[in-house]
Design a protein around this ligand. Structure first.
Ligand SMILES: [Zn+2]
Length: 742
């Protein structure tokens, strides 16, 4: 059926237009009981004279306005409450009382009067339409209290009435609710909806605009309502002028600009042309007052990618999917089965678009975001369980790659034509880096962090230190033209020349490996491998069964058992261990999946014990010890990874059902215990000894897994890249100072 949705939300209430804030604010006190403290007084001739003359309209109400407060002498605004009387219906309609007014009309009018406004009660009589609308022009605001269908039932035409109200709105009158608040929303064209339209007398449209969103029914993506990109651009520009440091600019953009863009997460965003305008405005604001030729990729890397409007949009969309996937919505009880059964990818069109744009996808159940990495392996991020840092790194890497591909000085050979002038002081002739190159700019970030003056900051951003830069600075201070000669005697030196090719600065770079491509030469950045897949984990189920067997033996023999767990990470490879009191050999295993954080390893240790406990049929006392408070919180249902916590909590509850299980925190490896700490029932010595054993075992396992792994090789390569970047930064810094002093 084409008819989708009849929106009548505002039927019982008012809608305040923003153009008259004072009036809207005053009207918010509208309520039948808001008359407390009001001085009752008889209306006088002077009071009535401030009202709009409605004597030309038929007075429908049979009795006087019984109970209506006297109108204020000097009303802040003049309002009218419009009703309709259906002669063919008892009392003029089911919403009427014996007086001929709606049963809520007098209380509403009194609320307006109590707020210092006048409020006159009138009826709309279709036969006197023109006179009625003419009279309404005398009011500042009109409250329409005509139920759907009533105007047509009284012989009138709802469309004609609504059009007249729209005319009044155009003249600056407030109409509550707006005639446009009640509409039939369905996919157009639809002949089956025509009858329904006629009976209600509403306007129709194929676009639902509510709650700050515009939702077209024709399959176009939803968008943000009232997102004024010109206003936002102005705000970004002002931030660029007002804030001087990169950090402050990014903080202001993150707090004052981005929330308005990202609040609706994966559901709606702005059209791409508006997004491009935002990206450009951000660019100008961020690079203002530093150097215009600074590569944008570095601005976001040294600052933060979360301050990139597209990145922020993508991140919000991905995280919203994760939120929906891992938490039961509060409205689930109210929702139809069809809606409640929907997955995040059916509910979030923007997240779908973002995934497609990134070249990623999701599994059919929506449990994982997936992508193919540069090693041609499929990577899977588990929503609601893996650490958000993993997803963040994926997204940063995507933006880094794109930023490098778009970086002019890397992508293009910008060397000047030597045939024109062989004396030009040029850089090296190097090839571009391979396509899809990744750099993480760790050396630049460190340089920026440790920067003490403007030369340090310029060097960190790989800007300044060229003939043109010096010329610009010189012309700002003094009109004397700058000599075109480099330190070596050639002409108009570029930054790559001074850094890598100038005889006069050769001593600055004597210790540093020469650059091998344009990215190294001009951006001082070294290509690094992306973080590879962690080593695989075999026979997890067998591992759990082994622990269960040992636990069962202890519980059967002694009726109690003490267990300690710990997690460890070596070179981005995680492992956990389980130590059982009285057992010579600890159990240890690698952590499966993308999340190789120490926190996850700690949680996995506890989860392994809970799973093993759930496999024993024994009863008894179990003491479970960990040195990680946040992991203990997760298995009790806390922490930020909601799905991981929910599953762990289920295991904990199941274990509690049959065992006397207590969880205990002990301080880690030789750390002092806080004064309020209570040692575990096994005693502090044993607790700490078990924890230390678990720690060693987890670290040994993690080291063994990391040894020779792709992750370890990646980390070493990145360390080398960072060292070269730092040395290159120093070369630039020394050359920049020498050139500035020359
Ligand atoms: Zn030179």
């Amino acid at each position: 059926m084409a008819f989708r949705y009849a929106f009548r939300a505002a039927r019982g209430g008012f809608r305040y237009a923003a153009s008259r804030p004072a009036l809207a604010a005053a009207a918010t006190t509208v309520t039948g009981s808001a008359v407390a403290g009001y001085a009752w007084a008889k209306p006088s001739a002077c009071q009535t004279s401030s009202l709009v003359d409605v004597s030309g309209l038929t007075k429908v109400a049979k009795t006087d306005d019984v109970g209506l407060l006297p109108q204020p002498t000097n009303p802040k605004y003049k309002t009218a409450l419009v009703q309709i009387y259906v002669g063919s219906q008892p009392f003029g309609g089911s919403d009427k009382s014996a007086s001929g007014h709606r049963y809520d009309s007098i209380p509403i009018a009194n609320g307006m009067i109590a707020s210092g406004m006048s409020c006159q009660l009138v009826h709309y009589v279709p036969e006197e339409h023109d006179a009625f609308i003419k009279t309404m022009e005398g009011f500042d605001a009109i409250i329409v209290r005509c139920n759907p269908g009533q105007i047509n039932a009284a012989g009138g035409d709802q469309m004609k009435f609504d059009d007249a109200m729209r005319g009044l709105q155009k003249k600056g009158k407030q109409v509550w609710p707006s005639p446009d608040v009640s509409r039939l929303v369905h996919r157009l064209p639809a002949s089956s909806a025509a009858a329904l339209e006629a009976s209600f007398g509403y306007g129709t449209c194929d676009c639902l605009a509510l709650l700050g969103l515009v939702v077209p029914l024709d399959g176009r993506p939803p968008s943000l309502k009232c997102y004024d990109v010109v206003k936002v651009e102005r705000r970004i520009k002002l931030i660029g002028i007002a804030a001087h440091t990169l950090e402050l600019k990014q903080r202001m953009l993150r707090t004052l600009v981005l929330p308005k863009l990202t609040w609706s997460g994966g559901f709606a965003t702005v059209p791409s042309e508006q997004m491009q305008k935002l990206v450009n405005a951000f660019r100008v604001a961020l690079t203002k007052a530093t150097a215009v030729d600074a590569p944008h990729v570095l601005y976001y890397e040294v600052g933060h990618w979360s301050c990139h409007p597209e990145f922020a949009r993508d991140w919000a969309a991905l995280r919203e999917a994760e939120r929906i996937h891992s938490r039961e919505p509060v409205w689930i009880e109210e929702a139809s089965l069809r809606l409640a059964a929907r997955k995040w990818f059916q509910l979030l069109p923007t997240t779908r678009t973002v995934l497609a744009r990134l070249g990623w996808w999701h599994d059919p159940a929506g449990d994982f975001f997936q992508r193919r990495d540069s090693y041609q392996q499929i990577r899977s991020y588990q929503l609601g369980a893996d650490a958000a840092e993993v997803l963040h790194e994926w997204l940063c890497d995507w933006y880094r790659r794109r930023g490098l591909a778009q970086c002019g000085r890397v992508a293009k050979d910008l060397s000047r034509n030597l045939e024109e002038d062989s004396q030009l002081a040029q850089g090296l002739q190097l090839p571009p880096p391979p396509p899809n190159t990744l750099a993480v700019f760790a050396g630049h970030r460190l340089a920026w962090k440790g920067a003490k003056d403007v030369v340090d900051r310029r060097s960190a951003m790989v800007t300044g230190c060229s003939f043109w830069h010096k010329q610009k600075r010189r012309s700002q201070r003094e009109p004397r033209p700058l000599s075109e000669a480099c330190l070596c005697g050639q002409l108009k030196p570029s930054r790559p020349h001074l850094l890598w090719n100038c005889e006069a600065t050769a001593d600055c770079r004597s210790e540093v490996r020469m650059p091998q491509n344009r990215m190294e030469e001009r951006l001082l950045a070294v290509a690094v491998p992306e973080t590879p897949k962690p080593p695989i984990v075999l026979d997890y189920e067998g591992f759990i069964a082994d622990i269960a067997e040992v636990l069962t033996a202890h519980l059967e023999a002694e009726g109690r058992v003490t267990v300690a767990t710990d997690g460890s990470v070596v070179d981005n490879v995680a492992a956990f261990s389980v130590v059982i009191e009285g057992e010579a050999h600890p159990f240890s295993l690698g952590v499966a999946g993308e999340d190789q954080s120490s926190h996850r390893a700690e949680v996995e240790g506890l989860v392994a014990v809970l799973k093993a406990l759930n496999q024993t049929a024994c009863r008894g006392r179990v003491l479970l010890i960990s040195d990680c408070q946040s992991a203990l919180r997760v298995i009790q249902g806390g922490g930020s990874a909601a799905l991981l916590a929910t599953k762990a909590l289920q295991l904990l509850r199941a274990a509690h059902a049959q065992l006397d299980l207590s969880l205990w925190w002990v301080p880690s490896h030789g750390k002092l215990a806080p004064s309020r700490w209570t040692p575990p029932p096994c005693g502090e010595m044993i607790g700490r000894a078990l924890n230390a054993q678990a720690d060693r075992s987890a670290r040994d396992r993690a080291s063994a897994r990391a040894q020779g792994s792709d992750r370890q090789l990646c980390l070493r390569a990145r360390e080398q890249a960072m060292q070269w970047e730092q040395s290159a930064q120093q070369v630039l810094n020394r050359c920049a100072r020498r050139w500035a002093d020359a």
